[in-house]
Write a protein that binds this ligand. Structure first.
Ligand code: 1FH
Length: 223
């Protein structure tokens, strides 16, 4: 049962994906009601998540299987730092702190990196293939929704070292398929990807709370 991981992941996370797409926060995002306070909060949280993920992927770059999915051109830590300094200013590094859901996400990445490093594939897949897919739409929505000046605050969605996301995604999926894995491992990776989706949802939910609070304050200040 090797050579099937890309399809197994796509099929096995389909339900999680539509759940995420239908979450309130993203519905707001899709309608262009982007609120900068929520967005910069989310980016700050992503910084901790991607830092953990990328540290672990780098750490395991010589792992017999993870070496085949070592693509530092995907790394988002630098682009997040660029955006964070735009949204938070030069003191961004001291301004951001990981939320509870972020800490759970980071802990999970660090725990599996020790206990069962192959599961890192699930986290890499969930974030990076997502970034290369829906990410391009989210970029346009962020620009429009927050009226961002041309080229500002969108580094997160820009992959300077990847010419065509579509071609890269095909390469990535081929690498997933080339891993020789037994059925039990495939199942564990798919389960972990569903957990990764859930952890992402929890991040979105936290900022959704902020959004509602911010709208509440706006209404209150007009009374
Ligand atoms: Fe997505 N995604 N995604 N996505 N996505 C696609 C593929 C993947 C959206 C559109 C698409 C998230 C969110 C959104 C993944 C993860 C995540 C494709 C198909 C589209 C069109 C591309 C293709 O067939 O080549 C839209 C729109 C989204 C928001 C409204 C979030 C939940 C990501 C997970 C954390 C992954 C892993 C794939 C690759 C599937 C595959 O195996 O090929 C999103 C939801 C973003 C909520 C923010 C908030």
């Amino acid at each position: 049962m090797s050579g099937k991981l890309a399809t197994r992941l796509r099929e096995g996370t389909k339900q999680s994906h539509s759940l995420a797409e239908n979450a309130d926060f993203i519905q707001c995002f899709l309608k262009g009601v982007v609120e900068k306070t929520s967005y910069r909060q989310l980016l700050g949280n992503f910084y901790f998540v991607y830092t953990a993920l990328e540290e672990q992927l780098t750490q395991h770059q010589n792992h017999p299987l993870l070496s085949q999915l070592y693509f530092p051109e995907l790394y988002r830590q630098q682009s997040l730092a660029t955006d964070l300094s735009y949204y938070w200013g030069p003191q961004w590094q001291t301004a951001i702190t990981p939320s509870d859901a972020t800490q759970r996400y980071v802990d999970r990445i660090n725990d599996i990196a020790i206990a069962d490093p192959i599961l890192l594939v699930a986290h890499s897949y969930t974030r990076y293939l997502g970034d290369l897919s829906g990410g391009q739409l989210l970029k346009k929505l962020a620009q429009r929704g927050m009226s961002l000046p041309q080229g500002q605050g969108i580094a997160f969605y820009e992959f300077d070292d990847i010419q065509t996301p579509k071609t890269f995604k095909a390469t990535y999926r081929q690498s997933l398929d080339s891993l020789h894995l037994d059925e039990a491992t495939i199942t564990r990776i798919v389960d972990e990807a569903n957990l990764a989706f859930k952890l992402n949802m929890e991040l979105f939910k936290e900022v959704e709370g902020n959004l509602i609070q911010a709208i509440g304050q706006m209404i209150f200040s007009h009374l």
